[in-house]
Design a protein around this ligand. Structure first.
Ligand code: PLP
Length: 481
């Protein structure tokens, strides 16, 4: 019930509802006519109907008086805002200030400029995607990128699919799926990555029968040998990407597994996860296997991601012995898992950077190689720039911390960094982080930062230099509200 006084001043419901103009009347306003020219009349009509429906609803719930008048005065503004909301993209750039280089929630590896330029070029024109230019006849899309991959990996053949999960699925389905062939894998390698990739689940879908051997922490070669039957189709090794067993552990050397697989004339498939193409041991990434090293050691087929340490587009790469790669290529599932021309364009450009030894062109590698000193200089400059404007609203400092490679690679390997630490005075760190994530009308990208012990931490390792001004502006705005 409304208080008596309010009821007396409020006009009756029907009268208030009648104050709402008709859609045509709203659309006749100058500002909205211009908007209709820009985005088309139908969209403005939809937006106007939504704004009116919203107001009708509010009036029934008591909206009246000055508040109602204010809405009526600003109708054109509200319709414009609604149109912008309708046209707002769901996927948008963000500034990654977390320091996690391969952040799965933030799109993993950013592409280099040349790779992006190639995507643009191939996406906006026709291409020889499936045309053999020499013969003038139908060609195969899966030859693209293969030349570069074979050379970089020392592989007989290679194949690109949608992601590494697809590569594992395709390999298992091709080599072991028919007639429920058996795949031997160590219990210590039955891993889950993120929430959605469990090796055992993928295997079940591939049609292969999983034969687990050993215990969680120890698996010996003899465990594999004992599990062999007439139905065994392959041995599988999985790089335990996102965790590390320490202490009383045992795992056969790769060479031992290779020898066993050879003796039994079985393929050995290795899911490498990240698939490192270049040595990063100087950066502390000593436990990440090099894809070429696995193949050189005699693994029949390796699979790995395109957008983890390789630093390219989302893709799954299969490489190794020609007969196994060809078998995967002939599997009808390949048709369902294949990639688009834009992926080939980005992947070829990224691989070309490796071939030329131009690793600084691959952003993920460039960011991993940044030193704490370089990052510290930028953090200190940003602190000095912001400190005067934010005095009284927040305390700013720079201190040593750690960045993470991420993407399920190299657990426990942290990269030394320098963090800009912001302690807001009149709001919590969580609230500041939430404000920074909020999209801004001017089109400034949301900023994703770390929150720790009621402080907001910014790791500039993953903030590109041309984003730093936007980051500073976002921080200023978030603390000024
Ligand atoms: C990341 C990862 C996968 C999944 O790769 P996607 O490219 O994300 O599909 C599979 N296996 C291992 C070992 C991984 O690290």
């Amino acid at each position: 019930m409304q208080p008596r006084a309010a009821r007396k001043t409020a006009s009756p419901l029907t009268e208030r509802l009648r104050r709402l103009p008709a859609v045509d009347e709203i659309l006749a306003r100058e500002r909205l006519r211009e908007l209709a020219d820009e985005v088309g009349r139908p969209l403005v009509v939809v937006a106007a109907r939504q704004v009116l429906a919203g107001l009708r609803h509010e009036i029934r719930r008591g909206l009246a008086g000055a508040e109602l008048e204010s809405h009526l005065t600003h109708l054109a503004h509200e319709v414009t805002a609604e149109v912008r909301e309708l046209l707002g993209h769901s996927l948008r750039p963000v500034i990654n200030a977390t320091g996690v280089v391969l952040h799965t929630n933030l799109g993993r590896a950013p592409l280099g400029r040349e790779a992006a330029r190639r995507v643009f070029e191939l996406a906006t024109q026709y291409s020889n995607l499936e045309l053999d230019l020499g013969r003038g006849a139908r060609g195969r899309r899966d030859t693209h990128a293969a030349k570069f991959l074979d050379r970089l990996l020392g592989a007989e053949a290679s194949l690109v699919v949608n992601n590494n999960a697809a590569a594992v699925l395709l390999a298992l389905n091709t080599l072991a799926g028919p007639a429920g062939g058996e795949v031997i894998v160590s219990r210590g390698e039955l891993i889950e990555i993120g929430e959605s990739f469990r090796i055992p689940d993928i295997m079940a879908r591939s049609g292969a029968k999983l034969v687990e051997v050993g215990t969680t922490n120890r698996t010996r070669l003899a465990d594999y040998a004992r599990a062999l039957t007439k139905q065994t189709r392959l041995l599988l090794r999985v790089h335990p990407s996102n965790f590390r067993l320490v202490g009383f552990t045992e795992r056969p050397a790769l060479e031992e597994l290779v020898a066993l697989a050879r003796r039994k004339r079985l393929p050995l498939v290795e899911d490498l996860g990240s698939g490192l193409l270049t040595d990063l041991s100087a950066q502390g990434l000593r436990e990440e296997p090099l894809a070429a090293a696995s193949l050189a050691a005699g693994v029949s087929l390796v699979t790995f991601s395109g957008d983890k340490l390789l630093g390219g587009p989302q893709a799954g790469l299969l490489a190794g012995k020609k007969k196994y790669v060809e078998a995967c290529r002939r599997n009808p599932l390949f048709r369902a898992l294949r990639v688009d021309k834009m992926t080939y364009a980005a992947l070829e450009a990224t691989l070309a950077s490796y071939l030329r030894g131009a690793l600084e062109e691959v952003p993920a590698l460039r960011l991993i190689r940044l030193t704490a000193e370089e990052i510290g200089r930028r953090a200190e400059a940003l602190r000095a720039q912001l400190a005067p404007a934010l005095a009284g609203r927040a305390e700013l400092s720079v201190r040593a911390g750690e960045s993470v490679v991420g993407g399920g690679s190299t657990p426990g390997t942290a990269l030394p960094t320098q963090l800009l630490v912001v302690s807001p005075r009149s709001l919590s760190a969580a609230e500041l982080a939430a404000r920074l994530r909020r999209p801004d009308a001017s089109g400034r990208p949301p900023v994703i930062a770390r929150v720790e012990a009621d402080r907001v931490l910014f790791d500039l390792r993953t903030v590109f230099e041309d984003q730093q001004a936007a980051l500073a502006a976002a921080l200023g705005a978030a603390l000024h509200d």
